[in-house]
Ligand binder design. Structure first.
Ligand code: COA
Length: 256
């Protein structure tokens, strides 16, 4: 497959997916959202793979949704805007419902929508200097499409503190909030990734897929038709064209 915004490397039983728009800190634009969704659907359907490892090229893992395109949604119809937001939700769903073990490795910054990606992943390894934020409220919007995945992962108490304040937090705190599984220095990243891969290689791939399904069943999240995915898409679609959202995003680029 020919991708422009991501790079894929296939190894024996595993695949590495790298976000590849380093000049904008791998911000998620429509093409990247589309390609990443396609990639996870494709890799998830391959019988020869057991583990997918997701990373970001350049200085940061991911700066969340591309604010230039979010702001531009004001020029689209409500229907197009909602359909677009649903594609972002679909990305998180595709990762969350993937049958393979998904390990995401973050570094630099992991902001906004990037936290939807990690919350949908199975294992998250953070480089110790990584900065995190659910910055949406500071931009006049809310972390809508990511919220079903993030709240499920970290719970209401942590979500309230982090999402309502929009404050930055470091990797250590991210681990305390259970957003990430492991925090390691840069020199330990590859070894830690390898250790998790080894664990998965010792498990039956069939049982891993079934266990993922079991865990979703137990916490009531095994329904891909959950209306929350549509409702949260409508919420962000409305907010990003609202006066507060447009103003917040304009200010981000003004500060630059
Ligand atoms: N959307 C679009 N462009 C973005 C972006 C985003 N989410 N995040 C960063 N960029 C762009 C910047 O505008 C800048 O472009 P320029 O080189 O043309 O000026 C470039 O990426 C580099 O950003 P910069 O802020 O200089 O990089 P940094 O390494 O100092 O900081 C971040 C990285 C991620 C901490 C910082 O860019 C940031 O806070 N971004 C906003 C993230 C955000 O709030 N996302 C939530 C979306 S809902």
């Amino acid at each position: 497959m020919d991708f422009k915004t991501i790079k894929i490397q296939l190894g024996e039983s595993m695949a590495w997916v790298n976000l590849d728009r380093p000049e904008v800190r791998n911000a998620l634009d429509p093409l990247m959202i589309h390609e990443l969704t396609e990639a996870f659907a494709w890799l998830g359907s391959r019988d020869d793979l057991r583990v997918i490892i997701l990373k970001g090229n350049g200085k940061s893992f991911c700066a969340g949704a591309d604010l230039a395109y979010m702001k531009a949604m004001a020029g689209y119809s409500h229907e197009e805007n909602v359909a677009d937001a649903e594609r972002l939700s679909k990305l998180f769903q595709t990762i969350y419902f993937c049958d393979k073990a998904v390990i995401t490795v973050v570094h630099g910054a992991c902001i906004g929508g990037a936290n939807g990606i990690i919350a949908a992943s199975d294992i998250v390894i953070a480089e110790s200097k990584t900065k995190f934020a659910f910055s949406e409220v500071r931009l006049g919007i809310t972390p809508a499409t990511i919220s079903p995945f993030v709240v499920r992962r970290i719970g209401h108490t942590a979500a309230k503190e982090l999402m309502l304040t929009g404050r930055r937090f470091d990797a250590e705190e991210a681990q305390q909030f259970r957003l990430v599984n492991a925090v390691v220095d840069e020199s330990q990243l590859i070894d830690t990734e390898r250790q998790y891969i080894d664990h998965f290689m010792q498990a039956s791939p069939y049982a891993v897929a079934e266990c993922k399904r079991l865990l979703r069943l137990v916490d009531g999240s095994d329904n891909p038709m959950n209306p929350l995915y549509h409702q949260t898409s409508v919420i962000i679609a409305n907010q990003r064209v609202s006066a507060a959202g447009q103003e917040g995003m304009r200010k981000f680029f003004e500060k630059k």
